[in-house]
Design a protein around this ligand. Structure first.
Ligand code: ADP
Length: 450
């Protein structure tokens, strides 16, 4: 039987309403969600980019070579959107490329879909790779093929029968909203449309896993939102596990269920989305969060506020509780406390965001009144959650001391704080989100931190 008349296994699968009819996976939407089966398991993976001779020599001499990925262990659960964030050069792409064996670990093991693929031959990898789609920052489309031709490419490669192929392409064009562009060439499309083609192509063979490597980094904010909505639909409706790597915290905040933060090849922090935002443990995480969330004001902002306002400056963290993740409430009774105390409050700085369905933010107030009343009020605020007390213009609390005594203490160790000669704690990243802060993150790389 010739390839053209064969009905390949994929086509059989295609003829069944498999993916679309799959039940929704175990609550991927709720961050810190219930454990489900790991679909990807990386155990102590390390990657050194060196030829075998250099590796042997280093081993013999007891020297260490730079590690693109350094002893990372992580489990990605079936049905979740797993975000990996880090500066450029942190090792994200290398880590993700180990999932489809485009890179092999120097040590450690990689299991995908229940199979140890660490040393699997290219031939044996083939059926596993068919279950893994990949989407790239620069789309990687064939310029000489139409939209339909690009989407059909993996099906042609896998020898799908023409009628199944046509039907699948039609279905995918509809799913990503490009039906009327089927016969256009990539050069005739916008960036967002090109990425939709890339996504449709990645979905062609009904993958269980989609790897998205900076998939929205070349797109404007509005298009980014559309593409993230599409990725979410793929996850929720088709049950596809998504591993999304990015240096943009806004992307993580919008769609990730759980997050791994990487720095210098290492996994520095892993948590559910809300826990990561509400209780970051590492300075790198704090920095990323500060690009999208109101936190403690910068030293400059506090100095500026002290210059313009005589009263007591206090930042109140506003945080809804998430008992399942051990996150306690903060600032939940602020209106009642203001009403109960004979003080005057003015909201000066900050705001509240929503993260994984929970409110989270920080607001800086000026508090004025009789000294004893102000003291009582600040004590009441402290009893209601997390605050940072910056004192008054006449008796300011040292900025670093104020932060050290608060949940923002690890932000002082922000590796970017010293970039450009600023002193620790003066980082603009502590301030409310701004275009500048986001740009600085977008451009930050591991090298710049050193
Ligand atoms: P990220 O995706 O976080 O930007 P990468 O995984 O691309 O980081 O890179 C991590 C480190 O590995 C960087 O120092 C990078 O220069 C290095 N690296 C990545 N790929 C290669 C390669 N093929 N050969 C040599 N070094 C590489």
């Amino acid at each position: 039987m010739s390839e053209h008349t064969q009905t390949p296994p994929q086509a059989v699968q295609e003829s069944q309403p498999t993916q679309a009819a799959q039940p929704a996976q175990a609550a991927p939407g709720s961050q810190d969600s219930q454990p489900s089966q790991p679909i990807i398991r990386l155990s102590h993976v390390t990657k050194v980019f060196a030829d075998p001779r250099a590796l042997r020599k280093a081993q013999k001499n007891g020297t260490t070579l730079p590690r693109a990925v350094d002893d990372v262990s992580v489990e990605i659960r079936q049905g979740e959107i797993f975000g990996i964030i880090g500066y450029s050069g942190a090792g994200k792409s290398t880590l993700v490329r180990m999932i489809n064996a485009l890179e092999r670990p120097t040590s450690g093991t990689v299991e995908v879909l229940g199979r140890d693929i660490t040393n699997l031959s290219e031939g044996k990898l083939r059926p596993i790779r068919q279950k893994i789609g990949m989407v790239f920052q620069q789309f990687n489309l064939f310029e000489s093929r139409t939209v339909a031709g690009n989407i059909a490419y993996p099906l042609v490669r896998d020898h799908w029968r023409q009628d199944y192929r046509d039907r699948r392409v039609k279905e995918l064009l509809e799913f990503v909203g490009l039906t009327e562009h089927a016969n256009k060439y990539p050069s005739q499309l916008s960036g967002g449309q090109k990425q939709r083609v890339g996504i449709a192509r990645a979905l062609a063979t009904h993958p269980s896993i989609l790897l998205a490597d900076e998939a929205t980094s070349a797109l404007d904010p509005e298009t980014t939102k559309d593409v993230l909505d599409l990725l979410r639909r793929i996850n929720r409706q088709l049950g596809v596990t998504i591993v999304l790597i990015t240096h943009q915290m806004d992307v993580i905040k919008r769609i990730a269920d759980r997050v791994l933060v990487m720095s210098h090849g290492k996994a520095v922090e892993e948590n559910g989305l809300f826990s990561l935002f509400a209780a970051p443990k590492s300075p790198v995480t704090s920095h990323f969060i500060s690009t999208v969330l109101d936190g403690a004001p910068s030293r400059e902002t506090v100095d500026d506020l002290h210059r313009h306002y005589d009263g007591r400056l206090v930042t109140v963290v506003l945080r809804e509780p998430a008992p399942e993740a051990g996150i306690t409430p903060s600032g939940q009774n602020i209106s009642r406390l203001i009403a109960q105390h004979p003080v005057t409050t003015s909201l000066l700085n900050g705001g509240v965001n929503e993260v994984a369905g929970h409110a989270l933010g920080a607001i800086t107030y000026e508090i004025t009144g009789a000294p004893g009343d102000v003291e009582d009020f600040v004590a009441a605020l402290r009893g209601d959650g997390d605050i940072v007390d910056f004192g008054t213009a006449a008796a300011p609390v040292d900025y670093e001391k104020a932060l050290r005594a608060s949940i923002f203490s690890n932000v002082l160790d922000d590796p970017l704080a010293t970039v450009g000669g600023g002193s620790a704690g003066s980082a603009q990243s502590l301030s409310a989100p701004s275009t500048n802060a986001q740009t600085s993150t977008a451009q930050a790389s591991e090298g710049e931190q050193q």
